[in-house]
Design a binder for this molecule. Structure first.
Ligand code: FDP
Length: 333
């Protein structure tokens, strides 16, 4: 093999190796950040294994209960949430975890005297309404650090997206894909189930600058602001195509890989938007921006929104820079 071929995809690099080599670049690192990411990797392998066996084990269907958002909880929502809490709960560097499934953040430690501990926010199983039909589903996570200006450690969960020190998602599709940013570009890993390792397949994911493709639940168009209807009319006239899975992780992953724009505007039913700022819009915004794209909530850059609640909802417009600009032309009128 020539040296030119020794690039990502040719070298055998696991997520663990990648994290350790990043840690080695920071001589003062304590290893706590690596531990957080390895907990997320472990939990997502556990969730992937349970998803893979769905239909064989009794994990499909509803719990006949609602989560804090009033949404019907699926059995796998609960399994995935527990897996993440158990994996992150055993890591000493984590002070707070906040989940879509739990009303309040869980405080694991109030000791913030040493290194600034981490706050991890997550949607354990995004798109769970696609579960029963064997559609793509995912986990989304956002990592912050304790904000020394707050008096209660749990208030550190309410920081704007620009303060994220890491973000990512795991897509449980035909393969299990782990897409990560630690603020230095975007890396993509694929789970090799034979060896139980996420292997690096792309160490610098870049979103295409344009692609004539939009992704939204167009059944909501009659319920949206006129600007979105005008955009869709314009895009259809320009020969755009539409793709929509109805799982944010799957729709954002396609947008990241192929380009285009993903939209979830405010509707009459969800006047502030449906998607959650802290564990859906912000982590996706960080990934998309790190890959060269743009992410807005209406006319405001998503990551600059000052949050006021862990489960706050926002509109979402994200994707290829030129495609987001087209939408903003209509939205900012
Ligand atoms: P789901 O309700 O299935 O969990 O997070 C909510 C979410 O899925 C996103 O994954 C998805 O993008 C969106 O809702 C789909 O909403 P609609 O069914 O209203 O299109």
């Amino acid at each position: 093999m020539t040296t030119e071929k020794l690039t990502a995809g040719h070298n055998l690099t696991s997520l663990q190796t990648f994290l350790l080599s990043e840690e080695a670049k920071h001589p003062h690192a304590t290893g706590a950040y690596t531990m957080v990411l390895s907990a997320l990797s472990l939990a997502s392998k556990f969730i992937a294994a349970r998803c893979r066996r769905a239909g064989l084990e009794d994990v499909l269907g509803s719990m006949n209960s609602e989560n804090v958002q009033g949404e019907n909880q699926q059995k796998l929502d609960v399994i995935a949430n527990e897996a993440l809490i158990r994996a992150l709960g055993s890591r000493p560097g984590v002070a707070v975890i906040a989940s879509e499934e739990d009303e309040e953040p869980i405080v694991l430690s109030r000791d913030t005297s040493g290194d600034r501990p981490y706050v991890v926010l997550f949607d354990p199983l995004d798109g769970s309404s696609n579960l029963d039909v064997c559609g793509g589903i995912g986990t989304i996570f956002s990592i912050l650090q304790h904000d020394r200006r707050t008096s209660r450690v749990e208030d550190s969960a309410l920081q704007p997206g620009v303060r994220q020190v890491g973000a990512g998602y795991v897509l449980y599709g035909p393969s299990t894909v782990f897409v990560l940013t630690t603020g230095k570009g975007v890396q993509m890993f694929v789970l090799d189930p034979a060896i139980g390792s996420f292997l690096l397949v792309n160490d610098d994911v870049r979103i295409p600058e344009s692609n004539k493709m939009y992704s939204m639940n167009s059944a909501n168009l009659g319920e949206c602001d006129e600007a979105y209807r005008d955009y869709v009319d314009w895009a259809n006239g320009e020969g755009y195509s539409m793709r929509y899975v109805g799982t944010m992780v799957a729709d954002v992953h396609r947008t990241l890989m192929k380009g285009g724009v993903f939209l979830y505007p405010p509707t009459k039913k969800s006047p502030k938007g449906k998607l959650r700022l802290m564990y859906e819009a912000n982590p996706m915004a960080m990934l998309i921006e790190q890959a060269g794209g743009k992410a807005y909530s209406g006319t405001q850059r998503t990551m600059e929104i000052q949050p006021d609640a862990v489960h706050q909802r926002v509109p979402v417009i994200l994707g290829s820079p030129n495609e987001v600009d087209h939408v903003l032309r209509f939205v900012s009128k």
